[in-house]
Design a protein around this ligand. Structure first.
Ligand code: GDP
Ligand code: MG
Length: 164
């Protein structure tokens, strides 16, 4: 059966943009307002001839702080239960946040491979020094990507593929 890859991250890091890029079409709803995704959404993708299922665990993502935290914990558990490989997305433009650390703490304890992708690195030829702070999450290698421009995603998918 096809491997399942789940995308986890706090609102507005670019999960739906990344998901749509992998899906090759617009399925997930992207909005400039943090918190716009209807539900967890599935699509099929393919890398190096291997088909896999991707899940945007975005959920409802409303804007109240308490609820966002609850949703993120739920997302992390959905990913741990369902996925073969988890991609945790963070956002270089906002930097490392307490919510990122909470999700990382849950994912690190899971017995699943987790890859950390730093999104919105729109010019990977000159990655901002800011990307290095994400090593503090203790998740090993970091993968700078730009979901909008489709940059760095091949390197990330090669690393995902190693776990299939
Ligand atoms: P989600 O809430 O995590 O699903 O995030 P979205 O995919 O809805 O994106 C939130 C905002 O970030 C939108 O305005 C996107 O256009 C923007 N965004 C997503 N990926 C990138 C990227 O690679 N670079 C930049 N500059 N903006 C991005
Ligand atoms: Mg979304």
């Amino acid at each position: 059966s096809k491997p399942i890859v789940a995308i986890v991250g706090r609102p507005n890091v670019g999960k739906s943009t990344f998901f749509n890029y992998l899906a090759g079409r617009r399925i997930s709803i992207i909005d400039d307002t943090p918190g716009v995704t209807r539900d967890r959404i599935y699509a099929e993708s393919e890398w190096r001839g291997r088909k896999f299922t991707i899940i945007d665990t975005g959920g409802i993502e409303p804007n109240t702080d308490d609820y966002i935290k609850q949703q993120m914990i739920q997302q992390a558990h959905i990913a741990i239960d369902m996925a073969h490989v988890i991609i945790m997305l963070v956002d270089v433009k906002t930097g490392l946040t307490a919510l990122d650390e909470e999700v990382a703490n849950i994912l690190r304890k899971a017995d699943k491979p987790v890859l950390l992708a730093v999104n919105k690195v729109d010019n990977p030829g000159q990655p901002p020094a800011d990307i290095y702070e994400f090593y503090n999450l203790g998740m090993g290698e970091i993968y700078p990507i730009s979901s909008i421009h489709g940059l760095g995603i091949g390197e990330l998918l090669d690393a995902v593929y190693e776990h299939f």
